[in-house]
Design a protein around this ligand. Structure first.
Ligand code: FES
Length: 122
């Protein structure tokens, strides 16, 4: 039996927003040092500072891929100071995660935050 929730399985099999944006305002790539998996997150902002579009690419395990897919959906319409926190993203996956798998789930969020921090410091 698959230990992961239907949400994880669905986003893993049919990832949303996989790919790249033509002119992203934010682009950040991050690797999980434990396994070497990598994710790249791209975000385009509207004039009012809200996320207009988000994309991801990467070489990712099932949890990280599902989390990246879900994250790119969750952030559309939000400002950079109102991004989901770690628990909100983990809760949205609706799956019990061991600590190592939690790191997988948070890799895309860590990449997004690092990119958003760099953008706001510009
Ligand atoms: Fe590498 Fe999950 S095993 S991010």
């Amino acid at each position: 039996m698959n230990p992961y929730s239907e949400i994880v399985q669905e986003h893993y099999r049919h990832p949303r927003n996989f790919g790249a944006l033509e002119k992203p305002d934010i682009r950040h790539e991050l690797a999980n040092p434990l396994c070497g998996d990598r994710v790249r997150i791209e975000v385009a902002l509207a004039d009012d500072g809200r996320v207009r579009a988000a994309r991801f690419q990467g070489d990712l395990c099932s949890i990280a891929k599902a989390a990246a897919s879900l994250l790119t959906e969750l952030i559309v319409g939000r400002t950079l100071d109102a991004l989901p926190d770690e628990q909100q993203l983990v809760d949205a996956l609706r799956t019990e995660l061991k600590p190592s798998r939690r790191k997988c789930a948070l890799l895309p969020l860590d990449a997004l935050r690092a990119g958003a921090d760099a953008f706001t410091r510009r």
